[in-house]
Design a protein around this ligand. Structure first.
Ligand code: GLC
Length: 668
């Protein structure tokens, strides 16, 4: 049993984080006002109106989970996080924000388990024992929020209640569980064809290829460069006929260019974000000067969403939404000031003081906070400054697409994942975790980001496998598969200028082939568990701390996850390591996979074990009383033969496993 209490602070903005259906049946009988006058109603929290912060004590043994995709581990205690969607490519430990703003946390100590959702679209700071080790401090830039406190006896129960409040997770087409190959710099249709050919000739399964900004005409949304991608609809059907789905990117900024109809119509209809004087706000991203569609405005959202139809008409059935924090390289206003100031430094002897001032001046033009308090939205009949609602932008861009797909592709599923997010967006799409690097630490980060995302309903998610930035090595790519083979979104993506990292580029292509075929063999299980997690509002990837609440040792495990009901993963994520220690909270069967039909099994007792793993081996641990279905792999997801499924069992019979399946494309 869980109970939910709602508190109101100031005048909250309706974020649409909670599900309409839930709000209709909700039994939140009382709403408490957060104020200093009535501290008894606040129970655990104290409110300090001068500091605009809520404070709650943390016991020594308390663990804190959640906050979506953020750095620093599954247990968030000991750092300070800012809920502010940011185009932040350096996912380093000193970062306070990445792309998402997912303000849900769970506090867990022996006496209490509490879920806290802070529904606030402006900047919120979560100081989780950073300034004061025994305190959680939630500070607001604008003290207008709704706060939901869920109490219950178990973490999983609390998460489930929260998930019921925010509504069902987005379901992608089943083919989107297959491998997607991507790279920023597939410049021509011919190059894309070659990628498909090389996958096919290497016998490596593949279901999708992403089209990055290079397919567009001068980076203009909903256009295609007809010279480099001639006869686009024919190209789309050619790929789809061979079972490969092209997945184009859509960016938030609309290029300012005479004769470009999206731009011209947006100006005419007043659908772009505005300056204070109601002229259209100009920012700069890939295409240079852009306007941002005001997706927080219902009419503009519908208008923008309908443009996806230009590509669905050409046969496209999957998209990724990018740069929707929104990322801003510069604003002209600010840049003007920078150029003026640069003059002051010309010919000067730049010393310890002035050199760093100069560096800051030129090095911090992009994504600077000041770029976000100078433009406006028209939302629910009100003119609202962007910084008050910043965290809703990516959500609403994705919602624009999701709502449009209902009429553009009725009854069908459309692949959609976004970079920026807010709670509620999980009903319209998944996310990928943005611009990571080909670093060993980012394999672990990939794993550690999954639970926080699942807690907020983002089940269709994954990272750029092999890393987006810098050069990938073969051993890193092998080890990354220890996580990526199990994430619903399985995409190999890299940045322009980095070393090529398509799986066929590596020396041991055959071994990669075997492991990717293993992924396809696992899809009946992975898809089944994903769909059950959607239907039952459960975690798809779950920390041991949630599943084994009584096991003190399990609570400290930050590098293993349960995937669905049957298995646990424990990837090797350090360079040159030949294995790793694994904690088993219960006796499990180790399956060391080299291929779907080449593995060894070993029964292991509860406790800690050193497990060796060659580069081409992926570790899976089968829980007692469970089974793992494995199909004969195919080159495309729809070709997987469910009649070929065999089961690896650990003290259970195959019939005990509930295998979910459907046609994979119809809306459910
Ligand atoms: C952003 C995206 C990245 C993409 C690039 C070019 O950095 O996060 O995935 O490749 O833009 O579009």
């Amino acid at each position: 049993m869980t109970t939910v209490k709602k508190y109101t602070l100031g005048n909250p903005i309706n974020t649409h984080a909670l599900d309409e259906k839930f709000l209709k049946v909700a039994t939140l009988k009382e709403t408490f006002k957060i104020s200093e006058e009535r501290p008894e109603e606040m129970e655990l929290f104290s409110w300090n109106s001068n500091e605009k912060s809520l404070c709650c004590n943390l016991t020594e043994d308390e663990r804190v989970y959640g906050l979506g995709e953020t750095v620093r581990g599954i247990n968030k205690r000991g750092w300070i996080y800012e809920s502010w969607c940011s185009d932040e490519p350096h996912h380093l430990e000193d970062k306070r924000s990445l792309y998402g703003a997912l303000n849900f946390l769970v506090l867990d100590n022996k006496e209490r388990k509490l879920g806290i959702f802070v529904d606030c679209p402006s900047r919120v700071t979560f100081d989780v024992g950073y300034s004061n080790a025994s305190e959680l401090r939630i500070s607001f830039e604008y003290a207008d929020a709704e706060l939901y406190v869920i109490s219950g006896n178990h973490i999983l129960e609390i998460v489930k209640t929260f998930r019921k409040m925010i509504g069902k997770s987005y379901i992608p087409p089943k083919w989107a569980f297959g491998l997607c190959q991507s790279r920023w710099s597939y410049f021509t249709a011919e190059e894309v064809r070659q990628v498909a050919d090389r996958y096919d000739s290497a016998g490596i399964p593949l279901d999708a290829i992403c089209l990055d900004i290079d397919y567009m005409q001068r980076y203009k949304d909903f256009t295609v460069d007809h010279e480099k991608f001639p006869e686009f609809p024919e190209f789309v059907s050619e790929l789809k006929d061979r079972g490969i789905h092209p997945v184009p990117i859509i960016d938030a900024g609309v290029k300012i260019e005479e004769g470009y109809d999206v731009y011209e119509e947006g100006v005419e209809k007043n659908y772009f974000c505005k300056n204070e004087d109601d002229s259209d706000f100009v920012a700069a991203v890939w295409p240079g000067r852009v306007h941002f569609p005001d997706v927080l405005n219902e009419n503009a959202r519908e208008w923008f969403g309908n443009f996806y139809g230009r590509l669905t008409e050409a046969g496209v059935d999957g998209f990724w939404n990018d740069m929707n924090e929104p990322a801003i390289f510069y604003t002209e206003e600010h840049l003007k000031g920078v150029f003026e100031k640069i003059e002051d430094y010309k010919g000067k002897n730049l010393d310890i003081q002035s050199f760093f001032e100069f560096k800051d001046l030129v090095g911090s033009v992009d994504n600077r906070p000041g770029n976000y308090d100078c433009f406006y939205h028209h939302m629910d009949g009100e003119k609202i400054r962007h910084d008050r609602v910043h965290n809703l932008y990516g959500y609403n861009m994705t919602r624009a697409a999701g709502e449009a797909f209902l009429s553009l592709r009725p009854g069908q599923r459309t692949l959609m994942y976004s970079r920026a997010s807010y709670v509620g967006m999980h009903r319209y799409g998944g996310i990928w975790t943005g611009d990571n690097f080909s670093w060993w630490s980012h394999i672990l980060l990939n794993l550690q980001e999954m639970p926080g995302l699942n807690m907020c309903g983002f089940l269709y998610t994954g990272a750029d496998t092999g890393g987006f930035g810098c050069d990938c090595t073969e051993d890193l790519m092998f080890r990354w598969l220890g996580v990526s083979l199990f994430t619903p979104l399985f995409r190999n993506h890299s940045a322009m200028g980095t070393r090529r990292q398509e799986f066929y580029q590596f020396e041991h292509t055959e071994e990669f082939k075997n492991l990717i075929r293993l992924r396809y063999a696992l899809i009946p299980y992975l898809y089944s568990e994903f769909m059950k997690a959607v239907r039952e509002d459960e975690m798809y990837m779950c920390p041991l701390a949630f599943a084994y609440e009584e096991d003190e040792r399990a609570k400290d495990v930050e590098d293993q996850l349960l995937v669905g009901e049957s298995i646990m993963i424990a990837p090797v994520y350090t360079q040159n390591a030949r294995g790793r220690y694994v904690h088993l909270p219960e006796p499990m069967k180790l399956i060391r996979f080299r291929a779907f039909d080449d593995f060894d099994e070993e029964d292991l007792s509860r406790g800690d074990h050193y497990i060796s793993a060659h580069l081409n081996e992926v570790l899976v641990f089968l829980r007692p009383g469970h089974v793992l279905p494995l199909a004969k792999p195919a080159n495309r997801v729809p070709e997987i033969d469910y009649g070929s499924i065999t089961y690896i069992c650990n003290g259970a019979n195959p019939e005990e496993y509930e295998l979910y399946n459907d046609d994979g494309v119809s809306a459910v």
